[in-house]
Design a protein around this ligand. Structure first.
Ligand SMILES: Nc1nc2c(ncn2[C@@H]2O[C@H](COP(=O)(O)OP(=O)(O)OP(=O)(O)O)[C@@H](O)[C@H]2O)c(=O)[nH]1
Ligand SMILES: [Mg+2]
Length: 632
């Protein structure tokens, strides 16, 4: 009898043979299936991990291992694998899944059990993969995930019958609900199922899927698909679709400035108060310098940008979960094609807005090797979230907080323009790199179901982001701020020396040494010094400026308020030049390291670093001189 959602089917059918190996060795299982069927959601539930889950194909691009102990005490090692449409891999991420399933992965035997996850939202496609996997003749278990959506789709699946027809044990799951993997967990306590008998080689897989659907799935009523179709008609419309995309991105940047302001003001006064308090209780001396100028001025200047970073992430996460992103990729396919790329490069590039490191890793989903290289080269031009503090600091200091045309916030507009500059430059660079290539790349991209982002998940993800940011502040940023403070404070000036003490310090000397190179683009020596620690993490450029100016300033109370200090000391031309510099500058070791890893080539690292440096210098030079001419 059909079940909606199906009743629990926890017993594994079929003949069993326990082949878990020697006592004590964990059972090795692998989650495989089509992209976006919920493998990682289940993996997280099973192992308590927090791997990235999002509503588009190609989120997981590498093999991840986790551990669990079943209710009966059996130790299990679980692998989460990139999604794949078939075992004939066309891109590097799919090759990993194929190799693991076939036991060809770097010295690792095939898993004891393949857990093939299929989503109730796309049974036709996913069942085809089950049949393909069956041909491997390995012990296998099917998980019918997303059974919570059956009701909404107006479908009912006869789960025991589907298992019997497939000749495979089957359980149901809801990857996004707490306890939604309970049946799967219980199934892992069962003895291993015997490997399925392969289908005759002449079997037409499509016809077989059709047969399975006819016999096991019934439509109870017309589902919600109609609404999705109407939505898609707007979202994918050549004109309205572009307008929607533009508005969404635009609101995102406006929000970063408008919504965050009250929280930032609060944090700023908290940091100012804290700096003043610490300054007042510590006696004049090294300790006070270290605490106020080093730690509070350094880390405090970065912490105030937390609200803006969280708002940016809130938007990105909500868009990721809604299912909108692949549609945006589809809309932008023509634009990307004009730069010689396909819409497939869109999601890696979009991920780079959070951070270029996962963005570059997700280029593994791009089949064409040349497209992949070009996407890797331009990914650093997407403005990552670590650059946001630098932008926000300079925009806050130099661009008036003013309404334009009654609705737009001028600061938000400038931020939007900086992001747009990065994107346009990326398209131009891609076009140049692909000069002469005129091949057609038809874009085959799965459009997932629309999904309302769950508030609980959003809150959890945001909390995770906040923790990452704060641990960066507490770790690398505080460390580098302390080093910066030491470099700016020592050696102390000789007795009787005149001029600011910081000029005698190591930082002062390094800054003055670098100055001739950067003076033509309007940088002062303080900026030169800040560029160096900024290589480790871009936000550190802000904290380093905080420290250098704080040590240089007579009044330590102004430690955490860098913004007013800069607006009185720098020219607009210098500020704009530094902003533009940061659109391009190859200022991040982690990005260069991931490029080395993903391309296995030092040449690519050098090419990226040098071309970005040249662009940064050129663009900052032009900006500086034009602004000076215009501003008089
Ligand atoms: N409604 C519903 N959504 C689910 C369920 N399981 C996962 N999802 C959602 O499905 C989307 C894809 O989940 P992932 O776990 O990232 O899928 P994946 O199979 O790992 O995808 P790739 O890594 O791209 O192969 C996300 O938006 C999840 O929130 C479920 O049982 N019900
Ligand atoms: Mg995944």
């Amino acid at each position: 009898m059909p079940a909606t959602p199906p009743a629990g089917v926890t017993t594994l059918h079929g003949v069993h043979n326990d082949a878990t190996g020697q006592a004590g060795a964990p059972l090795r299982v692998a989650l495989v299936g089509n992209p976006n069927c919920g493998k990682t959601a289940l993996f997280n539930q099973l192992t308590g991990s927090r791997q990235k889950v999002a509503n588009y194909a190609g989120v997981t691009v590498e093999r991840k291992a986790g551990r669990l102990v079943t209710p009966a005490g059996r130790k299990v090692q679980v692998l989460d694998l990139p999604g794949t449409y078939s075992l004939t891999a066309t891109s590097p991420d799919e090759a990993v899944t194929r190799d693991v399933c076939m036991g060809r992965y770097k010295g690792e035997p095939a898993p004891d059990l393949l857990i093939c996850v299929i989503a109730a939202t796309n049974l036709r496609l996913h069942l085809r993969f089950v049949l393909e996997l069956k041909q491997l003749g390995r012990p296998m278990l099917v998980v019918l995930n997303m059974v919570d959506t059956l009701e909404r789709q107006g479908l009912s699946v006869d789960v025991p019958r589907l298992g019997a027809e497939l000749g495979l044990p089957i359980v149901t799951a809801v990857g996004t609900r707490r306890g939604g993997a309970a049946e799967l967990l219980a199934a892992l306590d069962q003895p291993l199922p015997t490997p399925p008998a392969p289908l005759p080689p002449t079997t037409d897989l499509h016809a077989e899927v059709h047969r399975l659907l006819n016999s096991c799935v019934t439509r109870t009523r017309t589902g919600r698909k109609k609404l999705e179709d109407v939505l898609d008609r707007w979202v994918l419309h050549p004109v309205w679709g572009m307008a929607i995309l533009f508005v969404l991105l635009f609101i995102m940047f406006q929000a970063v400035f408008s919504w965050a302001q009250p929280f930032m003001d609060g944090l700023q006064s908290l940091m100012d108060g804290f700096g003043a308090f610490v300054g007042s209780i510590l006696p004049e001396g090294v300790l006070r310098g270290l605490a106020v100028d080093g730690i509070i001025a350094g880390a405090g200047t970065v912490i105030v940008f937390l609200p803006q970073i969280l708002i940016l992430f809130l938007w990105i996460l909500a868009l990721e979960e809604s299912g909108y992103l692949p549609r945006a990729a589809f809309m932008l396919d023509r634009l990307m094609a004009s730069a010689g790329l396909s819409g497939r490069s869109f999601i890696p590039l979009l991920s780079s807005f959070a951070c270029a490191v996962p963005g570059i890793m997700s280029t593994r989903t791009i089949q064409n090797p040349r497209d992949r290289m070009v996407t890797i080269l331009i990914a650093p031009l997407m403005t990552c979230s670590a650059r946001l503090p630098v932008y926000a600091l300079l925009i806050g200091a130099f661009i008036p907080h003013r309404q334009v045309l009654g609705v737009f916030n001028l600061q938000g507009l400038v931020l939007f323009a900086l992001y747009a500059l990065g994107i346009l430059s990326a398209l131009v660079v891609a076009r140049v790199l692909k000069t002469g290539e005129r091949e057609e790349h038809p874009l085959l991209l799965e459009l997932p179901d629309y999904r309302m982002p769950s508030l609980r998940n959003l809150a959890q993800e945001l909390w995770q982001r906040a923790r990452i940011f704060l641990s960066r502040v507490g770790g690398i940023i505080v460390t580098l701020s302390v080093i910066m403070w030491a470099l700016s404070s020592y050696p102390a000036p000789p007795p009787g020396a005149t001029g600011p003490a910081i000029d005698w310090s190591l930082a002062g000397r390094i800054g003055h040494f670098m100055l001739p190179l950067f003076q033509p683009i309007g940088f002062n020596w303080q900026i030169c010094v800040a560029l160096i620690p900024g290589l480790a993490a871009r936000e550190v450029a802000v904290s380093a400026l905080g420290t250098v100016y704080s040590v240089g300033a007579a009044d330590t109370d102004t430690a955490a308020s860098l913004m007013p200090l800069l607006s009185s000391q720098w020219s607009l031309a210098t500020a704009l030049s530094l902003l533009v510099w940061y659109v391009y500058a190859p200022q991040c070791f982690s990005t260069l390291a991931v490029i080395r890893r993903e391309t296995a080539s030092w040449r690519m690292v050098w090419v990226t670093a040098l071309y970005l440096f040249a662009m940064a210098y050129g663009a900052a030079f032009i900006t500086y001189h034009i602004t000076r001419m215009l501003a008089g």
